[in-house]
Design a protein around this ligand. Sequence first.
Ligand code: ZN
Ligand code: ZN
Ligand code: ZN
Ligand code: ZN
Ligand code: ZN
Length: 456
Amino acid sequence: MEFGPLPAMIGIACHKCYKEEDLELSRCGGCRRISYCGKECQDADWKRHKPMCKALTSLEKNSAAAARLVSLLPKKPSDDLQEIRKLTDEQVDIYFTYLQRQTVVEHSWIHHEPRCLVCTRTEMVMRMETGDVTQRLIPCPSCLRSFCCSPAHWEAAHTLHHRPSADWRDGLSHCQMNTFVRLQAKVDTKHSLLDHRGQLLWVPVRVKSRWVSLEGKTWEGEFDEEICKSYGMPRTIPPSSTFLISSASDTLSMPMTILYGLSKLNEDNTWTRKQTLTVHVLGANIREVSCRLVFEEILHRLPEVNKLELILCGPEVPSRDSFDHEVCPECIARGRSCVLKCAADTYHDFVRKQGDQFETPDLCIAFNSGATQGHLGYTWRTSIKVLVERKLPSLFTAYDREEAEGDAAMLHAAGAAVHPLLGPCLNPWGSQKAFPTAHSVYGFHVDNGWLAGGFK
Ligand SMILES: [Zn+2]
Ligand SMILES: [Zn+2]
Ligand SMILES: [Zn+2]
Ligand SMILES: [Zn+2]
Ligand SMILES: [Zn+2]
């Protein structure tokens, strides 16, 4: 994360030291976009920030861009999220048109720029309209993570911001989710638990005595005791480990979703007693490789399985052949192993190249495939065709409801007989860690948050 955490990107934390609480921050006088806690941080950051600052300042001075951006704004506040999303997309397109040769501006910066919830105005657009450089969006006083351009627009946005959201578990409102995400980030920094990729890699070191169905189980029920023990926290009711679990769930959701999918797609429990369990991860990338140790949780919940073989398949995985994964002492003592192989190919190419060598895995899993998003649609359609034709047991997950529904439609169209309990629906073993949806004033996405479809 070269450009730092979201609060630093949107100007509510220092762009250099990332501190945000109890600090008087001052804006960069050039782009007025990011903030610093003092001159020291600003000077130290200038070399990094300068190219982006110049590009944004020149965009702001471009009167043609200003005219187009201002002309897009709706005449009155709207609570139609689709309309708001469309307007946002159009504005972002204009940014990209005028910044064409200035690739120094990080895409995620543009996608996460704070906007008015009901009219999509950004501070830059407000300055373009009025010429007044002191114009500021007004943050929600409770979550500090949503904005409106005026008190009147806050009045219009109030219901939208505070009503229970159907997109997220527990019916939390958008404001409550914002607060959760903010506290989460604070806990992560305070305990400095995260690695340089912003991940908490934690996996309980123990082997369960037998396979127990995950039906009706919860993250806290399954992991509270163990995570409290690992981090020396007292156990409380309600669990004080919630934030830790939510960080850990971001990677643990991979093995847990695999186990959940296997148990739903198989009529009996013979899969829990196999000598070797094989899982193919479709569309894998460096993330699965860097988090590989969490997959041991599969072995830890299946004491009768001796070997877990994972093939990470995707054009973005490192082409290195396989990774020796050191399992825990208890697994070593029992002669168990976890083998990871990489195949830097799309899945249909992988299957084709394997030819007669191809062996049907116990599960093909596609984490957050985004099959219907962007330019990869064609590629995914070809892979899905192979899965359906060969009747390979498969499960697709998605970041949010919209993506899950899109992917589900694509699976249906390919002729997959989708299991009624495997989507599109919330994934009980999706990550508990939410991220604001880029490109949007409203909504969150989570890793494996939704099941798009499972079939065989
Ligand atoms: Zn600072
Ligand atoms: Zn600047
Ligand atoms: Zn507004
Ligand atoms: Zn709020
Ligand atoms: Zn182990």
